[in-house]
Design a protein. Structure first.
Length: 268
């Protein structure tokens, strides 16, 4: 291999780290890739760290010790999250999004890769310091957000079904009460989670918190614990939810079908 110059190393390291968030790379791994001294790589990483700090591109974190190395956290500043949330509000508050029944059409946003990536990135920002093993969601609209959140946090995603499938094998089924006071069923394969795991629950929407409470109860059946809940949007009312500790990006204040009015605001 021809000698690799500093700019080539920095560009390559940035690509490797940003494509693999929250994954630790040791200096020895980079030594093998670039065939240069650890001291040289340490200088490169310091340069990258300064660039990311200067332009608020996330965090380059160095970890000391034999098992240490460097990793990338796609963090967002509070202002970046607020700016993104306000952009979503502007888009969601368009009157043509109202669906009969007082619902809001969001599929185009939830299935836009660029937009949903930033939804996941913003929600992940609240959970970087949590110790957990899985990101859990329930089908279907929460899946894209949860998948992006899981990718950014470098954790596996577990999807709870609303009804069991033969391909899941042996599963645990549980009834739960929705926010609209309807009884529904959720199902999860027994092999989906390891016993005593800790999980983060991510979903697209919360009204009274019935689904989130159902997930908390389902996780207990697996002898697992929900340590955090994150949703894209929560309603302003009821103020008291069935789960207490949760984070959300947006607040739905009202949908007035007659007046053709939607009011969604940033939580921050």
């Amino acid at each position: 291999m021809n000698r690799i110059n500093k700019n080539e190393r920095i560009g390559s390291i940035i690509k490797i780290l940003t494509e693999n968030p929250k994954k630790i790379y040791t200096l020895n791994q980079f030594v093998n890739i670039f065939e240069c001294a650890k001291s040289t790589l340490s200088e490169d990483i310091d340069t990258i760290k300064n660039i990311f700090e200067k332009f608020s591109l996330g965090e380059i974190e160095t970890i000391a010790g034999a098992a240490g190395g460097v990793l990338y956290k796609p963090t967002m500043t509070k202002e970046q999250i607020r700016e993104f949330a306000l952009e979503l509000c502007d888009e969601i508050n368009k009157t043509d999004r109202i669906i009969p029944g007082g619902y809001i059409y969001l599929n185009d946003l939830l299935y836009s890769p660029d937009i949903v990536y930033n939804m996941g990135r913003a929600l992940a920002n609240f959970f970087y310091d949590y110790s957990f093993d899985y990101v859990v969601t329930i089908e279907t609209k929460g899946i894209p957000i949860a998948l992006m959140t899981a990718r950014i946090l470098n954790k596996p995603l577990v999807v709870v079904r609303k009804e069991g499938k033969l391909t899941d094998g042996t599963a645990i089924h549980m009834n739960y009460l929705t926010s609209s006071k309807r009884i529904q069923t959720m199902s999860l394969a027994k092999r989906a989670l390891k016993k005593n795991s800790k999980v983060i629950f991510v979903d697209d929407f919360m009204k009274a918190g019935g689904t989130a409470k159902g997930i908390v109860d389902l996780m207990k059946e697996f002898e697992c614990e929900v340590v955090g809940v994150g949703v894209l949007m929560a309603t302003k009312e009821p103020k008291e939810k069935l789960v207490q500790d949760y984070v959300n990006l947006l607040v739905l204040e009202k949908v007035d079908e007659d007046k053709k009015e939607i009011i969604v605001q940033s939580y921050l």
